[in-house]
Design a binder for this molecule. Structure first.
Ligand code: NAP
Length: 263
Protein backbone atom coordinates (compact mmCIF):
# COMPACT_ATOMS: atom_id res chain seq x y z
CA UNK A 1 0.00 0.00 0.00
CA UNK A 2 1.25 3.51 -0.79
CA UNK A 3 1.22 6.02 2.07
CA UNK A 4 0.77 9.80 1.62
CA UNK A 5 4.42 10.30 2.61
CA UNK A 6 5.59 8.00 -0.18
CA UNK A 7 3.53 9.99 -2.71
CA UNK A 8 5.06 13.28 -1.57
CA UNK A 9 7.76 14.70 -3.82
CA UNK A 10 11.17 14.98 -2.10
CA UNK A 11 11.16 18.80 -1.86
CA UNK A 12 7.42 19.33 -1.49
CA UNK A 13 6.64 22.34 0.71
CA UNK A 14 10.22 23.65 0.62
CA UNK A 15 10.76 27.24 -0.51
CA UNK A 16 13.86 27.39 -2.73
CA UNK A 17 15.35 30.69 -3.92
CA UNK A 18 17.57 30.50 -7.02
CA UNK A 19 19.66 33.48 -8.10
CA UNK A 20 20.39 34.13 -11.79
CA UNK A 21 17.49 31.83 -12.61
CA UNK A 22 16.39 33.30 -15.95
CA UNK A 23 18.62 31.25 -18.22
CA UNK A 24 21.45 28.75 -18.51
CA UNK A 25 22.32 26.64 -15.48
CA UNK A 26 19.96 28.61 -13.21
CA UNK A 27 16.93 27.84 -15.39
CA UNK A 28 17.80 24.11 -15.39
CA UNK A 29 18.16 24.17 -11.59
CA UNK A 30 14.72 25.79 -11.41
CA UNK A 31 13.24 23.00 -13.55
CA UNK A 32 14.93 20.31 -11.45
CA UNK A 33 13.83 21.69 -8.07
CA UNK A 34 10.30 22.45 -9.26
CA UNK A 35 10.01 18.84 -10.50
CA UNK A 36 10.89 17.71 -6.98
CA UNK A 37 7.96 19.76 -5.62
CA UNK A 38 9.78 22.86 -4.34
CA UNK A 39 8.06 26.27 -4.50
CA UNK A 40 10.50 28.63 -6.14
CA UNK A 41 11.53 32.25 -5.88
CA UNK A 42 13.32 33.05 -9.12
CA UNK A 43 15.73 35.95 -8.58
CA UNK A 44 17.44 37.88 -11.35
CA UNK A 45 17.75 41.22 -13.06
CA UNK A 46 15.09 40.79 -15.78
CA UNK A 47 11.53 40.34 -14.55
CA UNK A 48 10.09 39.38 -17.98
CA UNK A 49 12.58 36.56 -18.54
CA UNK A 50 12.05 35.24 -15.00
CA UNK A 51 8.27 35.36 -15.38
CA UNK A 52 8.47 33.51 -18.71
CA UNK A 53 10.38 30.72 -16.99
CA UNK A 54 8.02 30.68 -13.98
CA UNK A 55 5.07 30.18 -16.34
CA UNK A 56 6.60 27.01 -17.81
CA UNK A 57 7.70 25.31 -14.57
CA UNK A 58 6.00 22.33 -12.95
CA UNK A 59 3.87 23.34 -9.95
CA UNK A 60 2.12 26.65 -9.34
CA UNK A 61 2.65 29.85 -7.40
CA UNK A 62 6.34 30.34 -8.08
CA UNK A 63 7.50 33.89 -7.28
CA UNK A 64 9.69 36.26 -9.27
CA UNK A 65 11.94 38.79 -7.53
CA UNK A 66 14.24 41.32 -9.16
CA UNK A 67 17.67 42.16 -7.71
CA UNK A 68 21.30 42.72 -8.51
CA UNK A 69 23.00 40.20 -6.20
CA UNK A 70 26.03 42.48 -5.82
CA UNK A 71 23.88 45.23 -4.30
CA UNK A 72 23.12 44.76 -0.58
CA UNK A 73 19.96 46.87 -0.47
CA UNK A 74 18.46 45.24 -3.53
CA UNK A 75 19.18 41.76 -2.09
CA UNK A 76 17.54 42.65 1.24
CA UNK A 77 14.44 43.95 -0.54
CA UNK A 78 14.18 40.92 -2.86
CA UNK A 79 14.52 38.40 -0.03
CA UNK A 80 11.80 40.23 1.94
CA UNK A 81 9.52 39.99 -1.13
CA UNK A 82 10.32 36.29 -1.60
CA UNK A 83 9.59 35.58 2.08
CA UNK A 84 6.32 37.56 1.92
CA UNK A 85 5.24 35.53 -1.13
CA UNK A 86 6.25 32.00 -0.15
CA UNK A 87 7.35 32.01 3.51
CA UNK A 88 10.73 31.17 5.07
CA UNK A 89 13.52 30.17 2.70
CA UNK A 90 14.68 26.56 3.09
CA UNK A 91 16.99 26.26 0.08
CA UNK A 92 19.28 28.88 -1.46
CA UNK A 93 21.09 28.28 -4.74
CA UNK A 94 23.69 30.99 -5.37
CA UNK A 95 23.95 30.66 -9.13
CA UNK A 96 24.11 34.25 -10.47
CA UNK A 97 27.51 34.84 -12.00
CA UNK A 98 29.52 36.51 -14.71
CA UNK A 99 32.82 35.51 -16.30
CA UNK A 100 34.67 38.39 -17.97
CA UNK A 101 38.12 37.64 -19.33
CA UNK A 102 41.23 39.82 -19.66
CA UNK A 103 44.96 39.23 -19.41
CA UNK A 104 46.12 40.10 -15.89
CA UNK A 105 47.91 43.29 -16.93
CA UNK A 106 44.71 44.52 -18.58
CA UNK A 107 42.46 43.58 -15.66
CA UNK A 108 41.15 46.93 -14.46
CA UNK A 109 40.11 47.52 -10.88
CA UNK A 110 36.54 47.94 -12.18
CA UNK A 111 36.55 44.47 -13.82
CA UNK A 112 38.13 42.95 -10.68
CA UNK A 113 35.45 44.50 -8.49
CA UNK A 114 32.64 43.46 -10.87
CA UNK A 115 33.77 39.82 -10.80
CA UNK A 116 34.18 39.75 -7.02
CA UNK A 117 30.89 41.64 -6.62
CA UNK A 118 28.59 39.35 -8.56
CA UNK A 119 30.30 35.99 -7.96
CA UNK A 120 31.58 36.29 -4.38
CA UNK A 121 29.90 39.21 -2.60
CA UNK A 122 26.60 38.18 -4.19
CA UNK A 123 26.89 34.70 -2.65
CA UNK A 124 27.81 36.25 0.72
CA UNK A 125 24.87 38.69 0.70
CA UNK A 126 22.31 36.06 -0.33
CA UNK A 127 23.58 33.52 2.22
CA UNK A 128 23.33 36.15 4.97
CA UNK A 129 19.81 37.01 3.85
CA UNK A 130 18.60 33.38 3.75
CA UNK A 131 20.39 31.79 6.70
CA UNK A 132 18.22 33.15 9.56
CA UNK A 133 15.18 31.28 8.13
CA UNK A 134 17.17 28.04 7.94
CA UNK A 135 18.54 28.35 11.47
CA UNK A 136 15.06 29.09 12.77
CA UNK A 137 13.68 25.99 11.03
CA UNK A 138 16.64 23.79 11.97
CA UNK A 139 16.88 22.71 8.31
CA UNK A 140 18.43 24.29 5.26
CA UNK A 141 20.50 23.84 2.14
CA UNK A 142 22.86 26.38 0.58
CA UNK A 143 24.35 25.37 -2.76
CA UNK A 144 26.89 27.73 -4.31
CA UNK A 145 27.52 27.35 -8.03
CA UNK A 146 31.26 27.92 -8.09
CA UNK A 147 33.27 26.52 -11.01
CA UNK A 148 36.31 24.41 -11.77
CA UNK A 149 37.76 27.95 -11.72
CA UNK A 150 37.27 27.69 -7.94
CA UNK A 151 39.38 24.52 -7.88
CA UNK A 152 42.23 25.30 -10.29
CA UNK A 153 43.64 28.25 -12.21
CA UNK A 154 42.94 29.30 -15.80
CA UNK A 155 44.82 32.04 -17.66
CA UNK A 156 43.15 35.34 -18.68
CA UNK A 157 40.34 35.13 -16.08
CA UNK A 158 42.23 35.98 -12.88
CA UNK A 159 39.40 38.03 -11.37
CA UNK A 160 36.84 35.28 -12.05
CA UNK A 161 39.19 32.57 -10.74
CA UNK A 162 39.90 34.58 -7.59
CA UNK A 163 36.17 35.15 -7.03
CA UNK A 164 35.29 31.47 -7.51
CA UNK A 165 38.13 30.34 -5.21
CA UNK A 166 36.55 32.77 -2.74
CA UNK A 167 33.18 31.05 -3.17
CA UNK A 168 34.79 27.69 -2.36
CA UNK A 169 36.41 29.22 0.74
CA UNK A 170 33.14 30.78 1.85
CA UNK A 171 31.43 27.41 1.36
CA UNK A 172 33.95 25.61 3.59
CA UNK A 173 33.90 28.19 6.38
CA UNK A 174 30.12 28.56 6.52
CA UNK A 175 29.63 24.77 6.35
CA UNK A 176 31.57 24.44 9.60
CA UNK A 177 29.69 27.28 11.30
CA UNK A 178 26.28 25.71 10.66
CA UNK A 179 27.25 22.03 10.81
CA UNK A 180 25.24 21.36 13.97
CA UNK A 181 22.19 23.38 12.95
CA UNK A 182 20.62 21.11 10.31
CA UNK A 183 22.01 23.26 7.48
CA UNK A 184 24.49 22.11 4.83
CA UNK A 185 26.58 24.36 2.59
CA UNK A 186 28.19 22.95 -0.53
CA UNK A 187 29.60 24.13 -3.84
CA UNK A 188 28.97 22.64 -7.27
CA UNK A 189 31.86 23.29 -9.64
CA UNK A 190 30.99 22.91 -13.33
CA UNK A 191 33.61 22.75 -16.03
CA UNK A 192 32.81 24.55 -19.30
CA UNK A 193 29.04 24.25 -19.66
CA UNK A 194 26.88 24.86 -22.70
CA UNK A 195 25.26 28.24 -21.83
CA UNK A 196 25.50 31.90 -22.89
CA UNK A 197 28.68 32.30 -20.78
CA UNK A 198 30.39 29.70 -22.97
CA UNK A 199 28.96 31.18 -26.19
CA UNK A 200 30.29 34.62 -25.12
CA UNK A 201 33.72 33.10 -24.38
CA UNK A 202 33.75 31.43 -27.81
CA UNK A 203 32.81 34.74 -29.49
CA UNK A 204 35.61 36.43 -27.56
CA UNK A 205 38.21 33.87 -28.74
CA UNK A 206 36.96 34.21 -32.33
CA UNK A 207 37.17 38.03 -32.15
CA UNK A 208 40.60 38.11 -30.52
CA UNK A 209 42.38 35.25 -32.32
CA UNK A 210 40.60 34.84 -35.66
CA UNK A 211 39.99 31.14 -34.94
CA UNK A 212 36.66 29.65 -36.02
CA UNK A 213 33.85 29.00 -33.51
CA UNK A 214 34.37 25.23 -34.01
CA UNK A 215 38.07 25.55 -33.18
CA UNK A 216 37.28 27.64 -30.12
CA UNK A 217 34.70 25.10 -28.91
CA UNK A 218 37.22 22.29 -29.44
CA UNK A 219 39.69 24.20 -27.25
CA UNK A 220 37.14 24.59 -24.46
CA UNK A 221 36.25 20.88 -24.72
CA UNK A 222 39.89 19.78 -24.73
CA UNK A 223 40.35 20.41 -20.99
CA UNK A 224 37.53 18.00 -20.18
CA UNK A 225 38.79 14.37 -20.21
CA UNK A 226 35.46 13.42 -21.83
CA UNK A 227 36.32 15.87 -24.64
CA UNK A 228 32.99 17.66 -24.45
CA UNK A 229 31.32 20.53 -22.63
CA UNK A 230 28.98 19.86 -19.71
CA UNK A 231 25.21 20.14 -20.15
CA UNK A 232 23.30 22.48 -17.76
CA UNK A 233 20.99 19.61 -16.75
CA UNK A 234 24.01 17.66 -15.44
CA UNK A 235 24.87 20.55 -13.12
CA UNK A 236 21.23 20.90 -12.05
CA UNK A 237 21.03 17.24 -11.11
CA UNK A 238 23.97 17.59 -8.70
CA UNK A 239 22.14 20.54 -7.09
CA UNK A 240 18.90 18.53 -6.88
CA UNK A 241 20.73 15.73 -5.08
CA UNK A 242 22.44 18.10 -2.59
CA UNK A 243 19.05 19.62 -1.70
CA UNK A 244 17.51 16.27 -0.77
CA UNK A 245 17.27 14.58 2.62
CA UNK A 246 19.72 11.85 1.62
CA UNK A 247 22.57 14.37 1.17
CA UNK A 248 22.49 15.50 4.83
CA UNK A 249 26.06 14.27 5.42
CA UNK A 250 27.50 16.12 2.45
CA UNK A 251 28.80 19.40 3.86
CA UNK A 252 31.51 21.86 2.85
CA UNK A 253 32.22 19.95 -0.36
CA UNK A 254 33.12 21.28 -3.79
CA UNK A 255 31.71 18.78 -6.26
CA UNK A 256 33.35 18.98 -9.64
CA UNK A 257 30.93 18.40 -12.53
CA UNK A 258 33.60 18.41 -15.19
CA UNK A 259 34.11 14.95 -16.68
CA UNK A 260 37.17 14.52 -14.46
CA UNK A 261 38.95 17.80 -15.28
CA UNK A 262 39.45 18.20 -11.52
CA UNK A 263 39.98 15.18 -9.27
P1 NAP B 1 24.44 32.66 -17.98
O1 NAP B 1 23.69 31.83 -18.95
O2 NAP B 1 25.19 33.85 -18.44
O3 NAP B 1 23.44 33.09 -16.83
C1 NAP B 1 23.89 33.87 -15.76
C2 NAP B 1 22.68 34.28 -14.94
O4 NAP B 1 23.14 35.11 -13.86
C3 NAP B 1 21.70 35.10 -15.76
O5 NAP B 1 20.38 34.72 -15.44
C4 NAP B 1 21.98 36.53 -15.30
O6 NAP B 1 20.87 37.36 -15.33
C5 NAP B 1 22.38 36.29 -13.85
N1 NAP B 1 23.14 37.40 -13.33
C6 NAP B 1 24.32 37.88 -13.78
N2 NAP B 1 24.70 38.93 -13.04
C7 NAP B 1 23.74 39.12 -12.11
C8 NAP B 1 23.57 40.03 -11.05
N3 NAP B 1 24.47 41.00 -10.80
N4 NAP B 1 22.47 39.93 -10.27
C9 NAP B 1 21.55 38.99 -10.51
N5 NAP B 1 21.66 38.07 -11.49
C10 NAP B 1 22.74 38.16 -12.28
O7 NAP B 1 25.51 31.79 -17.18
P2 NAP B 1 25.56 30.27 -16.72
O8 NAP B 1 26.59 29.59 -17.53
O9 NAP B 1 24.20 29.68 -16.60
O10 NAP B 1 26.22 30.50 -15.27
C11 NAP B 1 25.55 30.22 -14.06
C12 NAP B 1 26.60 30.04 -12.97
O11 NAP B 1 27.44 28.93 -13.31
C13 NAP B 1 27.55 31.23 -12.81
O12 NAP B 1 27.82 31.45 -11.45
C14 NAP B 1 28.80 30.79 -13.54
O13 NAP B 1 29.96 31.42 -13.06
C15 NAP B 1 28.79 29.31 -13.24
N6 NAP B 1 29.58 28.52 -14.18
C16 NAP B 1 29.31 28.51 -15.51
C17 NAP B 1 30.11 27.75 -16.37
C18 NAP B 1 29.90 27.72 -17.86
O14 NAP B 1 30.83 27.26 -18.58
N7 NAP B 1 28.76 28.11 -18.37
C19 NAP B 1 31.18 26.99 -15.84
C20 NAP B 1 31.41 27.03 -14.48
C21 NAP B 1 30.61 27.79 -13.65
P3 NAP B 1 20.49 38.20 -16.66
O15 NAP B 1 19.67 37.25 -17.45
O16 NAP B 1 19.73 39.37 -16.13
O17 NAP B 1 21.78 38.59 -17.34
Amino acid sequence: MTTTDELKKPLEGRHALITGAARGIGAEIARALASEGARLSLLGRRRDALQQLADTLPGTGHAVVVADVADAESVTAAFAQARAALGPIAILVNNAGQAESAPFHKTSLALWQRMLGVNLTGSFLCAQAALPDMLQAGWGRIVNIASTAGQKGYPYVSAYVAAKHGVVGLTRALALEVARKGVTVNAVCPGYTDTDILQDSIANVVAKTGRSAEEALAEFSAGNPQQRVVQPAEVADAVRWLCGAAAASINGQSISVSGGEVM
